[in-house]
Design a protein around this ligand. Structure first.
Ligand SMILES: [Zn+2]
Length: 336
C-alpha cells in the first residue's frame, strides 16, 4: 500500500463511519495533505465557543499531519476593530495553537492577507453567477426582509444590478435540498430554500457577502477540510450550491461541531456580549483554567486537560457530544 493510500486508510478508519465515505474517499485520494483553516472574524473579542472551535480544528489537523491556514474574515468593515484583530493572535498564542500558513501578526495581515486584496477573485465568482442569471437586485431593507415583505416579486422586478442601494440575491429554486456529508453526523439534508431563502451574494455596500468570500477563499487556499459550528450547516449548503452552479471544484470534508451555550440557554456570541477570553484573562484566568473550561464545555469531565497537547492527545471526532455543556461559571464576576 502506498504512503498516500495508507494515510487515507488510517484517516477513514479513524473516523470509523463505514457507510459514508464515498465522497471523502475521492477527496483524500486526490488531496496530498489535509488542509484546514481557522477563520475568525475581527468583529468582537473571542469567547470560549471560538476557542473550542479552534481546538477542534487544530487537533483534527495535527492528528492527521495536516496543515492549518489562519484566515481572518474582515469584510464586515462596520464591525472591524484593530483590537479585535489583535485579540485573535493573542488568544491563539495564549492557547498554544499554532498554524502553518497565513499572517504572523496584525501588520502582516493588513499588508498581505486582508480579504480586501482578493476582491477581484470574489467578483469573478459573482460575474459567473450573474452570467447564469442567478443573481438579482433587491432593495428591501433588512427589516423588510425579516418581516417577510421581501417576496418572489423582488426577483421578478428585474431591477438592474447597478441599482443604487440594492443587494444582490441568489435566485434559488422553489424547493432546494442540499445533501451535506459531515464527518461526525454522516449524511445531512439541508432545505436551503427554507433556511436561507435567496441569500445575499453582494451587500448594499457593494462588498461580497460571506457565502461568496468564504467559498472563494477556501478554494483559493486549497482547503479540503472545514470545521465550523452547527449553526453554519446552512452556509455549507449555500456554498456547495454556489460552487456547483459556478462549476467550481469543491470537494471538502466537513465537520460541524455543536455550539456552546450559556447557562440561560443562549448561544455564546460576540455580538451578545458573551464573556470573552480576554476578559477572563484579565480576571486572572490562566491557560490551564481556559483549557479546563474547554474540556468541561465538551463534557469531558473525567479527563485532565490543561493545555493544547492534552486536548490533542484526548481528542477524537466521535467523542464530541451532540450538545455541549452549558457553562454557568461564565457569568460575570463569578468565574473564580
Ligand atoms: Zn426584496
Amino acid at each position: 500500500m502506498c504512503k498516500a493510500c495508507k494515510s487515507l486508510f488510517q484517516f477513514l478508519n479513524w473516523f470509523s463511519a463505514p457507510n459514508s465515505y464515498i465522497l471523502q474517499t475521492k477527496v483524500y485520494h486526490t488531496a496530498k495533505r489535509l488542509k484546514t483553516r481557522f477563520a475568525p472574524t475581527p468583529s468582537g473579542y473571542l469567547h470560549l465557543g471560538n476557542a473550542l472551535s479552534f481546538a477542534i480544528t487544530w487537533a483534527l489537523a495535527r492528528q492527521q499531519n495536516g496543515l492549518i491556514l489562519l484566515r481572518i474574515d474582515d469584510l464586515d468593515t462596520d464591525r472591524f476593530r484593530t483590537e479585535y484583530l489583535q485579540d485573535i493572535f493573542d488568544t491563539l498564542h495564549f492557547l498554544g495553537l499554532d498554524w502553518d500558513e497565513g499572517p504572523v501578526d496584525g501588520d502582516d495581515y493588513t499588508r498581505n492577507y486582508t480579504q480586501h486584496t482578493r476582491l477581484k477573485t470574489y467578483q469573478a465568482l459573482l460575474d459567473v453567477l450573474v452570467s447564469k442569471g442567478l443573481a438579482y437586485a433587491c432593495t428591501c431593507s433588512r427589516k423588510e426582509f425579516a418581516d417577510g415583505l421581501h417576496s418572489k416579486e423582488c426577483s421578478e422586478k428585474k431591477l438592474p444590478l447597478t441599482t443604487p442601494e440594492a443587494a444582490w440575491r441568489i435566485r434559488l429554486p422553489e424547493s432546494l435540498i442540499i445533501n451535506v456529508h459531515d464527518l461526525r453526523w454522516g449524511a445531512c439534508k439541508v432545505h436551503l430554500t427554507d433556511t436561507m431563502p435567496d441569500f445575499v451574494l453582494r451587500g448594499k455596500n457593494e462588498l461580497p457577502a460571506y457565502q461568496v468570500a468564504s467559498l472563494c477563499d477556501d478554494i483559493y487556499y486549497g482547503i479540503n477540510t472545514i470545521v465550523r459550528g452547527q449553526d453554519l450547516l446552512p452556509s455549507t449548503a449555500a456554498q456547495t450550491f454556489l460552487a456547483t452552479q459556478a462549476g467550481l471544484h469543491y470537494q471538502v470534508a466537513f465537520l460541524h461541531h455543536p455550539l456552546a451555550y450559556e447557562a440561560a440557554g443562549t448561544k455564546l456570541s460576540k455580538s451578545h456580549g458573551s464573556l470573552s477570553i480576554c476578559e477572563m484573562r484579565k480576571a486572572g484566568a490562566t491557560t490551564k483554567d481556559i483549557w479546563n473550561m474547554i474540556a468541561r464545555l465538551a463534557g469531558w469531565h473525567h479527563v485532565d486537560i490543561t493545555c493544547a497537547k492534552d486536548f490533542l492527545h484526548y481528542f477524537r471526532v466521535d467523542l464530541l457530544p451532540g450538545q455541549l455543556s452549558s457553562v454557568p461559571q461564565l457569568s460575570r464576576g463569578t468565574i473564580y
